[in-house]
Each structure stands twice: as C-alpha cells, then as structure tokens.
Design a protein around this ligand. Structure first.
Ligand code: AMP
Length: 181
C-alpha cells in the first residue's frame, strides 16, 4: 500500500509522480542519468527511483515526422512536495540546463522529460511556461512509455479511466505482435 509506505518513511507530504525520460541526440544515457540526478538534487523532490533504460525506434506522425536516431527511454518515479506545474517548470529547467533547444515538434532532442502521472490527479493548466496536461495525453498509446512505468509500479492505473496500465500495455503488445497473441 503506497500511502502506508510514505508514512513509514516519514514522507507523509509527498506525492508519487512519474516522469518519462527520452534522449536521441548526443550522449543519450549520460544525459538521462544527469537529468535524474538533477531531479534528485532539487528542492521538493524527496526521492527518485529510475526504471531500466531501453532503446527504441523514433515515433512520429505524418504531420510531425520524428527526426534523428534511436531513443533511449525510461521513466523515473519521484516523491514530491511540488505542485504539478512546479514540477513541469523544474523539468523544463533541467531540459534547458542539459542543452535542449525547442524548435520543431518531434525533432531530435538531447533530453525530454514528460510528466506522465501525478498521483491520481487530472490536471489541465495554462500558465507562463505553457500548457500542462496530466496524465500525459499519449501515456496509454506507447509501449516505450508504459513498459518503464509498469516496471516501476505494476499497480498503476490511468487516472481518467482507472484501467490498469498493465492492461493497456498488454493490448499494445497484442497489436504489435498479433501472431504471438
Ligand atoms: P514536447 O516538446 O513534446 O516535450 O512538449 C513539451 C511541452 O508540452 C511543454 O513545454 C509543456 O508546456 C507541454 N506539456 C503539456 N503537458 C505536459 C506534460 N504532461 N509533461 C511535459 N510537458 C507537457
């Protein structure tokens, strides 16, 4: 039971949030590691726990084709006292400090940090830094997002639908490899 765990460790004010990690430019693993370390050093982040990192092919759309080579993807669980929007600002600061320049959607990036889940909260906010939507709108559509999340916490459910993330992942795998179903 997650709540009891938090109280046991004296982290009663913390919320469990999950951040997607991606990099397909430069020293991919080092950049992801640096981003996780920067999160861990930040005020309002009480604890971090990172998933296995996996290599995946870039995914885009016809309108916004992906550029660059293969990604390293993963996710990090954080226990945080920040608000969702404060956490977004922190992620954007870390991206900038690691040299990410935002130009075109889906272009190659040194580091990408996406807030996937923030407790059981559903957030839609527009402020100075831009829009924040949590859970992340494409959370349930991509195996490279779901796999690390499920590894970190197999009991996670989608905050809108309450469907287990393991269930979305199983459906995606059946679609990707129908012969194995
Ligand atoms: P991208 O270039 O695809 O990483 O998009 C980053 C932008 O998406 C940020 O500047 C945010 O304003 C916006 N955004 C909306 N929801 C989220 C989220 N859950 N996590 C991270 N960025 C988000």
């Amino acid at each position: 039971m997650r709540d009891e765990e938090i109280i046991d460790e004296g982290l009663s004010e913390g919320i469990y949030a999950y951040i997607g990690l991606g990099s397909n430019l430069g020293e991919r693993r080092q950049q992801i590691q640096a981003a996780v370390e920067a999160l861990g050093r930040s005020d309002g982040i009480l604890r971090t726990r990172v998933s296995t990192l996996i290599e995946t092919e870039p995914v885009g759309t016809e309108k916004f084709p992906a550029t660059g080579g293969a990604y390293i993807n993963g996710a990090v669980e954080v226990v945080t006292t920040l608000s969702p929007y404060e956490l977004l600002k922190l992620c954007l600061d870390i991206e900038r400090s690691l040299g990410r320049i935002r130009n075109v959607k889906n272009e190659a990036r040194t580091i990408d940090l996406d807030i996937l889940i923030f407790g059981d909260q559903c957030v839609f906010e527009n402020q100075a830094e831009g829009q924040l939507q949590v859970p992340h709108p494409r959370l349930h559509e991509r195996a490279f997002v779901l796999e690390p999340l499920v590894e970190l916490n197999p009991t996670l459910r989608h905050p809108h639908t309450q469907v287990f993330l393991t269930s979305y992942l199983k459906d995606l795998k059946i679609c990707l490899r129908p012969e194995e179903s």
